[in-house]
Design a protein around this ligand. Sequence first.
Ligand code: ADP
Ligand code: MG
Ligand code: MG
Length: 248
Amino acid sequence: MSTLEIRDLQVAVEDKEILRGVNLTVKSGETHAIMGPNGSGKSTLAYAIAGHPKYTITGGQVLLDGADLLELSVDERARAGLFLAMQYPVEVPGVSVSNFLRSAVTAVRGEAPKLREFAKDLKNGMDALSIDPAFAQRNLNEGFSGGEKKRHEILQMELLKPKIAVLDETDSGLDVDALRVVSEGINRFRATGETGVLLITHYTRILRYVKPDFVHVFAGGRIVEAGGPELADKLESEGYEQYTKASA
Ligand code: ADP
Ligand code: MG
Ligand code: MG
C-alpha cells in the first residue's frame, strides 16, 4: 500500500509561476484523472514530480509513503517507485528497446533481472499490448509512430511495476484501436491494486476506457474542481470554458 501526497505544490519555470498550490493524494489501487485546458500546468505537475531540472519548486511538498520525493534525484525517484510516461519521449540511437527496458528494470530493482525471466516478461508484455516481436530490437523511440510510443510506455510500466505511475497525455495521437489496447494495458495494470495511477489528459476520450475513481479539473496552475467519474462526463458536454474564465 503506497501513497503519493502532493501538498500545496508551487512550481516556476524560468521565473514564471506555473503551479500555484496543488493538493492531491493518490493511493495504490486508485486512478485519478487530471483534466484541464492546454497551458494549465498539467505537464508541469508531471515534470515537477519526476524531478525535471527546468522546473523549480518554490513551495510545498511531494511525499511518497511519507518520504520527501523532492530531495531525491531523478534516478532515486524511479527506484522509490515513481514512473513517469512523458508527453515527448526522446530518441536514443544505438540502444534497442529490449536493452533499454532491461537497463530500466535493473536500475529500478537495483539488480539485473535474469535474462530468461526478463525475456519471458518482455514477451508477455508485448503480446498483451499487440506489439510486433521485432519491435524489441529497434532503436529506442527512433521513428516510432504515436501508437508505438504509447504502447512502449505501457510496456515499460508493466515491466517496472511502479508504486505510482504518472501518465501524461498517454492518449494523444492514438487512433481508436491503439487507444483501446493502451487503455486495456492500463486497466490490467491497475487491476493488480498495487499501483496508483495519475492519468493526465486534455481529452475525455480515454476515460471511456479507463474509468477513473476521481477526476480533478486543473486550471491556472491549480485544482479548481474535484469529483468522481461523473465530472468527466460533465467536462465532455460543457468543456473547460467555465473554468478558464474563472481562473483568468
Ligand atoms: P499543459 O500540460 O496543461 O498543457 P504545461 O504544464 O505544458 O501545460 O504548461 C503550463 C505553462 O507553463 C504554459 O504557459 C507553458 O508555456 C509554460 N511552460 C511549461 N513548460 C515550460 C518550459 N519548459 N519552458 C517555458 N515555459 C514552460
Ligand atoms: Mg501542453
Ligand atoms: Mg501537457
